[in-house]
Design a binder for this molecule. Structure first.
Ligand SMILES: Nc1nc2c(ncn2[C@@H]2O[C@H](COP(=O)(O)OP(=O)(O)OP(=O)(O)O)[C@@H](O)[C@H]2O)c(=O)[nH]1
Ligand SMILES: [Zn+2]
Length: 343
């Protein structure tokens, strides 16, 4: 049986970058899961295991972000001894990337080529505004369309009221209350895994991501562990997996990530905090720090109650984090530059 890869998102964008050396023993495939040196890929003939070819290893030796990750489209090669290798990674249309814990500047690519990134935040225990803002910034930076999923909506009395409160956290981002047992909001998720479309789920451990993947895939493809009484989920998903949706596109689970760091890569922060960015543009001084300056539109909004102190502080904190990270990166680049120059 041959699978139609366009259902999994293969399109003109990738086809135009696909230049195989030979037409007979190479083919395109999508990475379902990437482990050290080995990938599980989905090609026209179904699921295969493929090892990384020397060229891919060489290419990524200086930059681990170039290693294949879940969601990537790759060129695979079939060898006479039945081995399969990943020969190259096709350019990514979108990338979900976080700063790595070791404060490395390159970042870790969590997933590639998704059309929507859903930030999944559970309604129970109480949803956390600052975490949602942080993850939405990451979602915006990916280049995909962000979505806020408020999961486990069956656990609270008035999910619509909570959804209304959260709408203010990301102006313009759709907010979708979802409950798997009650069947709420599922149509809104299904349309984002229609044929050719890929949805990535991003959220803390225990947010209910695996439960959503299993619902969309129509079977138990991801392990769901019983949650503890205090509402804290234990870490169950240890890897990132792209799961084809029967009759549709694909859904991508990311492990419940703790403290994802933002990279100074895009406009995600400004887009998540578009309300504050708009206000800042109205400040009298272009370099206003929204402290004691006269004519500060940001402070005026806090004063009249239209902007919460909490949100302003959350924005400042994330901005500071990104600034520290990019100055570290600048220092590193400068010292790398010195090392390269003959003295
Ligand atoms: N009441 C209710 N419970 C849910 C819902 N969705 C998930 N849960 C429960 O929440 C717990 C955690 O769900 P998981 O799907 O494992 O969460 P996860 O986000 O995948 O967690 P990690 O794999 O650790 O990242 C499980 O006990 C689920 O049964 C829901 O819609 N309503
Ligand atoms: Zn100001």
């Amino acid at each position: 049986m041959t699978h139609d890869l366009s259902r999994l998102g293969w399109d003109e964008f990738f086809a135009s970058a696909y230049r195989p050396r030979s037409r007979t023993d190479t083919a395109a495939a999508r990475v379902l899961r990437a482990d050290r040196g080995v990938c599980t890929v989905f090609g026209a003939s179904g699921t295969l295991r493929a090892t990384l070819a020397g060229g891919v290893l060489l290419d990524s030796s200086g930059d681990p972000a170039r290693l294949p990750c879940a969601g990537d489209w790759v060129v695979i090669r079939h060898w006479p001894d039945r081995r399969v290798t990943v020969e190259s990674v096709l350019p990514r249309r979108t990338t979900l990337i976080r700063r790595t814990a070791d404060k490395d500047s390159s970042g870790q690519v969590l997933a590639a080529n998704m059309d929507t990134v859903a930030v999944v935040e559970p309604m129970h225990p109480a949803p956390d505004d600052a975490r949602v803002e942080r993850l939405l910034s990451l979602a915006f930076d990916s280049g995909a369309a962000p979505l806020l999923v408020l999961s486990k909506s069956d656990t609270c009395a008035d999910p619509e009221a909570i959804a209304g409160q959260f709408a203010g956290l990301a102006p313009g981002v759709p907010v979708l209350p979802v409950s798997v047992p009650a069947g709420t909001g599922l149509a809104g998720l299904r349309e984002r895994v229609a044929p050719g479309r890929t949805l990535a789920l991003l959220g803390r451990s225990g947010a209910g991501k695996s439960t959503l993947v299993n619902m969309l895939a129509g079977g138990d493809v991801m392990p769901v562990r019983q949650i503890r009484a205090d509402g804290k989920g234990r870490h169950t998903t240890a890897y990132r997996n792209l799961v084809p949706v029967p009759g549709g596109g694909a859904v991508l689970d990311t492990p419940g990530i703790r403290g994802v760091g933002l990279l100074d890569t895009g406009s995600g922060l400004d887009r998540t905090f578009a309300d504050i960015a708009d206000l800042a543009a109205l400040c009298r001084f272009a370099d206003c720090r929204h402290g004691a300056e006269p004519g500060c539109a940001v402070r005026a909004a806090v004063h009249d109650g239209s902007l919460s102190v909490r949100r302003l502080e959350s924005w400042r904190k994330l901005q500071h984090e990104v600034a520290v990270q990019s100055s570290r990166q600048a220092v590193r680049l400068r010292s790398a530059d010195r090392r390269q120059r003959p003295s």
